[in-house]
Design a protein around this ligand. Structure first.
Ligand code: IMP
Length: 196
């Protein structure tokens, strides 16, 4: 099959509605597939330049970061590894519970390794701060933090963000790995409530 045709089919098969209903609420597009793709490519290029010769290990925060991480890693053109960590989530609400609990630790030994910690979104900063402190105890050579989205005005924990995809207002977002009561992760774009 011709390459253009394959490309077209791949695009068409993505879940890309302009608006959608999720758990009884209407959502509209906020960041398009193209905007996400372009920014993820830029971040991948930056990381490629920064981590040459360092064999970094990406640590993705489950569940939300899995789609961003898989796109990001495929834009990183140096040898690297991946592992995952999981914290308790938002619950089924649109506001943070303010509590963090461990659900799954990493399996890899990161002592002396260069770690790239990948989050989908930093809201209050509690999860990222908790994770950096937790991983720091395992004595890595370095830890860099990457987040696709940063609700900068909502962040009140002291956390260093080294790579940020998009700084966004304090809005509830959905899609591209981010959920609302576990739904919507498979959306290829990022959505906000229609009434915003
Ligand atoms: P923080 O600990 O307050 O920074 O919240 C981080 C976590 O809350 C993220 O990893 C997400 O799982 C979740 N979260 C924060 N904001 C949103 C949102 O707008 N939509 C979906 N999940 C969110």
């Amino acid at each position: 099959m011709h390459n253009d045709k394959i490309q077209q089919i791949a695009q068409m098969s993505l879940y890309n509605p302009q608006t959608l209903q999720c758990n009884g609420e209407t959502f509209k597009v906020y960041l398009t597939r193209q905007e996400l793709q372009d920014r993820v490519s830029e971040l991948g290029e930056e990381l490629t330049g920064q981590y040459k010769g360092k064999d970094p290990i990406f640590i993705g925060v489950l569940n939300g970061a899995y789609i961003f991480l898989s796109d990001l890693m495929r834009r990183v053109e140096i040898p690297c590894e991946v592992d995952f960590i999981k914290l308790s989530s938002y619950g089924d609400e649109k506001v943070s519970s303010g509590e963090v609990t461990d659900l799954k630790d990493i399996d890899a030994d990161i002592e002396g390794r260069h770690v790239i910690l990948v989050e989908d979104i930093v809201d209050t900063g509690l999860s990222m701060k908790y994770l950096v402190d937790k991983l720091q105890k395992k004595k890595p050579a370095s830890i860099a933090t990457v987040t696709l989205l940063h609700k900068a005005e909502a962040t009140h924990y002291d956390v260093q963000l080294d790579y940020v995809g998009f700084k966004i207002p304090t809005l509830f977002v959905l899609g591209y790995g981010l959920d609302f009561a576990q739904e919507g992760r498979n959306l290829a774009q990022i959505y906000i409530l229609d009434k915003e």
